[in-house]
Write a protein that binds this ligand. Structure first.
Ligand code: SF4
Length: 169
């Protein structure tokens, strides 16, 4: 069964989205370095989310996001701390909320980063990039120890360069 088959359709033939409701404990803790980072990057045009998954696909997504934001397009992008943006309404979430453009790089079709942030900011409409469709590899691999570091870096570069091409559009 593929992903689309798992999604029921409503009476209009549109995909019906089901939701689960979570309770996230609020925190009064604030990271001053994070808030300073958010202030300093508030004028960036593009907020970059990554799913940050611990598996191979998430690692490649994470590295691609870092390459974009700190190397290839640092002047126009800001790297979002997904956990901070999702779990508390402070600077990181404001970066996502206020950015003219939000790009979510997802390790795979589960789309964790965009689904998380759409839960926190319902009006959000991120552009979703499913990273593992952008490079060639053995799809049966799952964990980071199943691929060499140079190959992970190579795939992350491939994803980053393809995402950068979006900036031209
Ligand atoms: S999108 Fe895929 S790789 Fe990323 S955290 Fe979710 S399940 Fe893991």
């Amino acid at each position: 069964m593929n992903c689309s088959e798992q999604t029921e359709k409503n009476t209009c033939g549109e995909k019906a989205v089901e939701y689960e409701t979570l309770q996230i404990a609020k925190t009064r803790s604030v990271c001053p370095m994070c808030e300073t980072y958010a202030e300093e990057n508030a004028s960036k045009q593009i907020a970059i989310l990554s799913c940050e998954g611990a598996c191979l696909r998430g690692e490649i997504s994470r590295q691609a996001a870092n390459l974009i934001c700190f190397n290839l397009a640092a002047e126009k992008t800001v790297r979002i701390c997904l956990g901070g943006a999702f779990t508390k309404d402070t600077g990181q979430r404001n970066l996502v909320r206020n950015a003219p453009r939000v790009i979510a790089i997802e390790g795979c079709f589960i789309n964790c980063a965009s689904r998380m942030m759409e839960g926190a900011i319902p009006e959000l409409k991120p552009e979703v990039i499913i990273a593992d469709r952008l490079y060639e590899f053995d799809k049966k691999l799952f964990s980071v120890n199943q691929m060499s570091t140079p190959e992970i870096v190579k795939h992350a570069n491939t994803v980053a360069e393809k995402v950068i091409q979006l900036f031209e559009n």
